[in-house]
Design a protein around this ligand. Structure first.
Ligand code: SF4
Ligand code: SF4
Ligand code: SF4
Length: 343
């Protein structure tokens, strides 16, 4: 693990500033489960940036932190996991009062299937082709949360991004890096490359799947396993509207549809599920790619939701997870907005 990160964690734990750390650790069979570490010696197995993402960090955090009883927790996560944590806090699924968020320049992750198929070998993540599609086009690969550990652009130091981050470093007698120009230059350069990849990917998705017929085609191979929903950090409802009993159409409706069209597809609500999920997700999707990584039918589900999300967030001038103070557009009533969509 990075020595600056160890230094921060050790000092913060021994001074009592934080009582535990949530970080991925190396588990059996080269797996990387999330772990809650309360003893410095257990940090030896920590792997803050494993080659794969098996569980999204925000999901792991939300599983136990709705109200932390005591002490402060440091969550060491990738930028997309930090951003979904911030979204979940706005959705009242995580209480950030006792949680500090530390991220790092993220190199991306490889597809889980390929990692498993290749015998869990250490993959070469330096080549963009090996990364998951949404990592290849990720433009938010750094600077999220309270503190960011930068390892690129000649900078190997910690940058504080909020007053809470600054306060932690101060109390540990550590200084946040102030000369960040080379690091920012590196990030801007990579962002430009990624924006190009993203534009090309969006263009080809639009071409392949435009309109309602395009959506039907995109999801024609969907096996309704709902894995995309299960792994998504933002899909937090305990009961999905699509699984409610009264959402199921009666046999007579299927038969009527079949008589009218000659044949009717079963299971019938596949498209409704995806359109509903897109509508629910689109303002808070952080383009983490978990849904796409989990899809057994290789549907570009993450890129599709992310593309829709880009449009809706632009409409509301919102960026998912970037600023904890920005109100969620769906929770914010504005008398004067979106008049262009009236009538
Ligand atoms: S989408 Fe990929 S590259 Fe971007 S922060 Fe997440 S894991 Fe890192
Ligand atoms: S919809 Fe997919 S890409 Fe978006 S937050 Fe959920 S899992 Fe991540
Ligand atoms: S994971 Fe893939 S196959 Fe399963 S419901 Fe989602 S899109 Fe369909």
């Amino acid at each position: 693990m990075n020595s600056i990160l160890i230094d921060i964690i050790e000092k913060a734990m021994s001074s009592g500033m934080i009582s535990s750390v949530m970080v991925p650790s190396r588990g059996p069979e080269d797996s990387f489960p999330w772990t809650l570490v309360s003893n410095i010696s257990a940090l030896q197995r920590a792997e803050p940036l494993p080659p794969v993402m098996s569980v999204q960090g925000a999901k792991a955090l939300a599983s136990f932190t709705q109200s932390l009883p005591e002490g402060k927790l440091l969550a060491v996560m990738r930028p997309c996991e930090v951003r979904s944590t911030i979204e979940l806090s706005k959705l009242e699924q995580i209480d950030l009062d006792r949680i500090l968020l530390l991220t790092m320049d993220c190199p991306g992750a490889v597809p889980l299937k390929e990692y498993v198929e290749n015998g869990m070998m250490e993959p070469d993540i330096s080549s963009p082709e090996t990364l998951r599609p949404l990592c290849r086009q990720c433009i938010e690969f750094t600077s999220a949360g309270d503190l960011c550990l930068s390892v690129h652009g000649g900078l190997h130091s910690v940058v504080s991004l909020t007053a809470r981050g600054e306060e932690l470093l101060d109390s540990l007698g550590m200084k946040a890096e102030s000369n960040t120009s080379e690091w920012k230059e590196w990030a801007n350069g990579l962002r430009l490359e990624r924006e190009k990849i993203k534009t090309e990917s969006t263009e080809s998705l639009k071409k392949a799947y435009s309109g309602l017929q395009g959506l039907v085609e995109a999801f024609s191979g969907c096996i309704s396993c709902r894995s995309c929903r299960t792994v998504c950090p933002i899909c937090y409802c305990r009961l999905c509207f699509i699984d409610m009993k009264d959402r199921r159409s009666p046999a007579s409706a299927h038969l009527e549809h079949s008589y009218n069209a000659g044949a009717a597809r079963l299971i019938s609500n596949t498209l409704l599920f995806h359109i509903g999920r897109m509508a629910h997700m689109s303002l808070s999707c952080v383009s983490c790619g978990m849904c796409e990584d989990a899809c057994p039918s290789d549907i570009p589900i993450g890129r599709l939701v992310s593309m829709v999300s880009d449009n809706t967030t632009e409409l509301f001038d919102y960026s998912a997870g970037r600023n904890p103070e920005d109100p969620l557009p769906l929770n914010t009533f504005c008398l004067e907005e979106l008049h262009e969509y009236e009538d």
